[in-house]
Design a protein around this ligand. Structure first.
Ligand code: GLY
Ligand code: MN
Ligand code: MN
Length: 514
């Protein structure tokens, strides 16, 4: 169904005044009840306060981003930029083209320093006598449903709401007196508008070379984006609840996949079946999957980001399922379990699995305040290296007293090329704009959530490993909350050890769970 039916006059939308009047009337009055304040509103306000304190007196522009064409007149499902979602509390598919502006308040003496007013510019619900109501397939109520009004957003989020049409003028107001920063990657059109406002202001001022000025502005924009990314390192209690919910939904999705494993084997192209079963539960429980599910059977598990999911699932193989539910607030789980498709690991598979499990236990044990983020990887990779050494696979052995760092050749990394951990939250790889000092080298703090996900990957064509290892890849991934005195495994309810995984499968297949 498309907006324009170019070839058939009988299907062309009527444009007469008579039709406009007809389509605008005869509807029951709209619900004018007050939209309740969202639970997230106070948390989002605290986050904005932190931003306000870091950039006093500056206009801060945080776009949601726009709709992206999938093909012709069809768009992808909208997902707001993560910084926008974090600072407004708006999740799921809200609100395309919206822009949050933190507008500096002038104090009585006209100086900066009284914080910022949060103003959300967006496209509110159009009246029924507008073209948009029935004729706009991207935004109109007939096509995509009713939108919130300005009053709805003010009462839901506790911010000032304005029509998006006012944004253009507002962003350039007093641009000569107020510095402006924008999260550029969220919306190129908004970034261009900000650039124009700055350029117009510069023309009226004695200013440095245009090129230097633009470079400085880009740098200022990058600082804002990095600040907003690192603001998400420590989760507040509401965010931790979101993570628990995401993990809970993911557990249900994994249970459903296990229940359907025999069907996935029977059908052929079982990886796609698994992707669909998990996706059904993700979409039902929350907003959807937090990233494309990796449903990798047999040798496919050795392709780290195997998201084609075109393969069969065969009895006797391992199925590596790396999948996470993203809840409506956009917080996502990121969990991997490696399941024996027959219900039981072979001896070789168990040997690999138990090595990865031991590495994960070591990694989780290193998750505590005061330890550095990089200590988690160091602890896990040491266990991986020790097992590879014990199996005679490392040409130079390992220096068990050493640091296993790059100076030691790191031959073990052939079989686990990825890192052990990343921060997790609204982005599956959260806080990604942090510097190395802020991320890998930084101390873990209560409220941080990170994955611990070691693995061992033995490709089918790897001639350096024993025959029985080839074509098997194992990863175990859990979502770990750093607490005051250690950590809590948020996904601990999902069985991890080889024995527990077999029992989990057996329980579900026996009908005791599902
Ligand atoms: N699912 C992507 C990752 O584990 O990082
Ligand atoms: Mn991960
Ligand atoms: Mn993962």
């Amino acid at each position: 169904m498309s907006e324009e039916q170019k070839t058939s006059p009988s299907r062309k939308r009527p444009t007469t005044d008579e039709f406009r009047a007809f389509v605008a009337t005869g509807w029951a009055p709209r619900d004018t009840g007050v939209t309740p304040r969202a639970e997230v509103a106070d948390h989002a306000a605290r986050r904005r306060d932190a931003v306000s304190a870091a950039f006093p007196g500056e206009r801060l522009v945080v776009p949601a981003g726009g709709l992206k064409v999938r093909s012709n007149d069809c768009d992808y499902v909208f997902r707001p930029h993560s910084a926008f979602a974090h600072l407004t509390g708006l999740g799921s598919d809200r609100e395309p083209d919206a822009v949050l502006v933190l507008e500096p308040r002038a104090s009585a003496d006209g100086e900066a320093g009284d914080g910022h007013e949060a103003v959300l510019y967006f496209r509110p619900l159009a009246d029924r006598d507008t073209e948009e109501f029935f004729g706009d397939s991207r935004h109109g109520e007939f096509w995509v449903g009713a939108r919130p009004t300005l009053a709805d957003i003010e009462s839901e989020l506790g911010v000032t709401a304005r029509h998006i049409d006012e944004f253009g003028e507002a962003v350039g107001k007093d641009a000569g007196q107020v510095a402006i920063r924008v999260v550029r990657d969220a919306d190129a059109e908004v970034a261009t508008r900000v650039d124009k406002a700055r350029a117009a202001a510069a023309e009226t001022q004695e200013s440095a070379e245009a090129e230097t000025r633009v470079d400085r502005q880009r740098e200022a924009d990058e600082q804002l984006a990095a600040f907003l990314s690192t603001l998400r390192f420590v989760k507040d209690e509401w965010e931790v609840e979101q993570m628990r919910d995401a993990v809970d939904g993911t557990h249900k999705g994994f249970d459903a996949v296990i229940a359907d494993l025999p069907e996935a084997v029977r059908r052929g192209r079982g990886e796609r079946w698994v992707e669909g079963v998990f996706g059904l539960h993700a979409r039902h429980h929350g907003n959807g999957v937090g990233y494309d599910s990796i449903c990798a059977s047999g040798d496919h598990a050795n392709t780290l980001h195997w998201i084609k999911n075109t393969g069969d699932i065969k009895d006797g193989d391992l199925l590596l399922l790396d999948a996470g539910v993203e809840v409506d607030s956009l917080f996502t789980a990121d969990i991997t379990r490696t399941l024996p498709v027959s219900g039981t690991f072979t001896d070789a598979q168990r040997k690999i699995y138990d090595a990865v499990f031991a590495a994960q236990e070591a990694g989780i044990a290193a998750c505590k305040p005061g330890n550095r983020f990089s200590d988690v990887h160091a602890a896990a990779i040491r266990v991986i290296a020790e097992h590879l050494h014990e199996w005679g696979l490392l040409p130079e052995g390992i220096d068990v007293e050493g640091t296993l760092d790059a100076d030691h050749g790191q031959h073990h990394r052939r079989w686990m090329v990825h890192g052990t951990s990343h921060h997790l939250g609204i982005d599956v790889h959260d806080c990604a704009l942090a510097t190395r000092e802020e991320y890998s080298d930084a101390e873990l703090k209560p409220g941080m959530v990170l994955t611990v996900e070691p693995g061992l990957y033995f490709k089918a064509d790897d001639e350096l490993v024993p025959d029985e290892f080839r074509g098997n890849g194992v990863r175990i991934e859990d979502d770990i909350l750093i607490t005051e005195d250690g950590c809590e495994n948020l996904s601990a309810a999902m069985p991890r050890s080889s024995d527990e995984v077999e029992q989990w499968i057996a329980r579900i297949w026996d009908g005791a769970e599902a």
